[in-house]
Design a protein around this ligand. Structure first.
Ligand SMILES: *Cc1c(COP(=O)(O)O)cnc(C)c1O
Length: 225
């Protein structure tokens, strides 16, 4: 099943768009199955779960942390995480920098942009992110590399609204790239799109989609509800 699901999702993606298989709440057997089908990039949103899975699964997996991250938990993943998608404060950026330095590495991150019309979504507003970048103290973080932006659209059936939100983030991405990262080709990632809206996201410049339930099925906690 997982192998077929992966193939179906991949068949709809442009070759340059990276598929992050969101495996939160699924057992290691499910991840192993995806791995055996060739998937190497996995996204998790809970630190303990990420750490436990990393310990037992193959070492060539590229682990992405996609959830809301508390500063006191950065240390548990700093030695191995490939990309942290949802940096939503300068404080968190500084903590990632500190922990990355301790591990003698540089960690790639994305800045999360708040566009959804929901209070529960974290992230910088467009104004906040521009203010933070203009303020320059982030440049002291030598052990983090900001490689792009991440956003989640409103959870709605209204595809026009979703498209509008992704379009806004795409425009912000271009603006931020021009104003703050013009000399840095590594600033090129736009993480947008989940199972329900990744095709819309792909039309609006997404370079990385985070797809869970279409690959792994319903998550256990959702079944239990
Ligand atoms: C759970 C989650 C996803 C995947 O959601 P699906 O609808 O299962 O594809 C993507 N992004 C984030 C940030 C998530 O927490």
């Amino acid at each position: 099943m997982i192998r077929e699901n992966l193939q179906e999702v991949k068949a709809t993606l442009k070759p340059e768009v990276k598929l992050v298989a969101v495996s939160k709440f699924h057992p290691v057997e499910a991840l192993q199955e995806a791995y055996d089908a060739g998937q190497r990039v996995f996204g998790e949103s809970h630190v303990q779960e990420l750490v436990a899975k990393e310990e037992v699964l193959p070492k060539d997996i590229e682990w992405h942390f996609i959830g809301h991250l508390q500063t006191n938990k950065v240390k548990y993943m700093a030695s191995f995480v490939s990309l942290i998608h949802a940096v939503d404060s300068l404080k968190l950026l500084k903590e990632i920098d500190k922990q990355a330095q301790k591990c003698g590495r540089t960690i790639d991150v994305l800045l999360q942009i708040h566009v959804a019309k929901e209070e529960t979504k974290f992230g910088f507003t467009p104004e906040e992110v521009k203010d933070m970048l203009a303020e320059k103290s982030w440049k002291e973080c030598q052990h983090v590399r900001i490689v792009g932006l991440m956003a989640m659209a409103t959870n709605t059936d209204n595809e026009n609204q979703i498209a509008q939100e992704f379009d806004m983030v795409q425009q912000l991405f271009e603006e931020v790239k021009k104003d703050f990262f013009a000399s840095e080709p590594s600033f090129k990632e736009l993480s947008m799109g989940m199972s329900g809206d990744y095709l819309i996201a792909q039309k609006h410049g997404s370079t990385m989609v985070r797809v869970g339930s279409l690959i792994f099925g319903m998550r256990n906690y959702e079944v239990k509800r």
